[in-house]
Design a protein around this ligand. Structure first.
Ligand code: SF4
Length: 293
């Protein structure tokens, strides 16, 4: 298989075969993200992608391949007809796959009709990873996410209605000290309206080469400490009403908040309260990191 630049994938795709269908991110303007800053977005030729799938079939024993991830950012933007060809080839080469996934931000999912999403599901796309980050419109606008609370809800509901699993990501601390309450409450509202299969919690950390990284270095963005982030997470979890799984599968998080809603909600709140009771020095330092990998 051929890859261009650093390839990112969600931690849950650590065992997946990765096929690069797009290079970079079509948006590439979020103030907090540096993943694809060195890449100019393009969609790879379908024939090249099909060749890579065939190569993967010769590299990995198809009998043992259970999951495959279509990189890079927002592969869902590809024309549906092209995605269908790719998905069908994937299923031919890897007949024992249980999961095929890609990134799909709400604004790009919204470009697909319900019928197109159902066709993609039938062809084998089983899960979309969506970086919600926040459901709070003023914060979405401020960080140039390029989407709205309404898009998040419409896109998420469309994915679920098509029978595609949805993993939504929440970026704790993104609202800083000013917007933490709106960030938590509006995100809970989106999550309750969509009821994604998975909610995955991430903790915002400024990175070099990003607008928020520069603002942080200049003292123009106040990064909440561990207790501030945990207080925000508590408000989020308190207000969740869905039925999905919650994961905290990233090393930057300050507490291991995981379980199924609603049964484990009290246990998740108890885990946050236990972390809130710990002294500051127990947690990792807060500040800039070079990458969130
Ligand atoms: S957060 Fe997602 S949509 Fe925003 S620039 Fe990064 S990859 Fe693109």
């Amino acid at each position: 298989m051929r890859y261009e630049g650093i390839i990112y994938r969600p931690p849950s795709e650590g065992e997946s075969v990765i096929i690069q269908a797009t290079v970079g991110c079509p948006h590439n303007r979020c103030d907090f993200c540096n993943m694809y800053k060195r890449k100019k977005f393009r969609i790879r030729k379908v024939e090249d992608i099909l060749e890579d799938i065939d190569m993967a079939g010769q590299t990995y024993d198809p009998r043992f391949v259970r999951s495959l991830f279509l990189a890079d950012g927002n592969t869902i933007i590809m024309r549906t007809a092209h995605l269908l060809r790719i998905l069908r080839r994937i299923r031919e080469v890897f007949p024992f796959l249980e999961r095929v996934t890609s990134y799909g931000a709400s604004q790009y999912v919204a470009l697909k009709s319900g019928e197109e999403l159902r066709e993609l599901r039938q062809a084998g796309l089983t899960r979309i990873h969506c970086g919600m980050e926040t459901g709070h419109d003023p914060l979405l606008l401020k960080v140039h996410k390029g989407t709205t609370m309404r898009d998040h809800i419409a896109g998420g509901q469309a994915v679920r209605a098509a029978g595609i699993e949805l993993s939504m990501y929440y970026l704790a601390g993104l609202g800083g000290e000013e917007m933490w309450e709106g960030h938590a409450l509006d995100s809970a509202a989106v999550l309750n309206a969509v009821d994604p299969d998975f909610l995955r919690i991430r903790t915002f950390t400024p990175m070099p080469g990003t607008v928020l990284g520069t603002a942080f270095e200049a003292g123009e963005f106040t990064l909440p400490g561990p207790h501030g982030v945990l207080r925000e997470l508590r408000l989020l979890v308190e207000n969740l009403e869905g039925s999905g799984l919650v994961f905290s599968d990233h090393w930057l998080n300050f507490a291991d908040v995981r379980g199924r809603l609603p049964a484990d909600k009290e246990a998740m709140l108890a885990a946050i309260d236990s972390a809130l009771a710990l002294p500051r020095q127990v947690f990792r330092p807060v500040g800039m990191i070079s990458d969130s990998l």
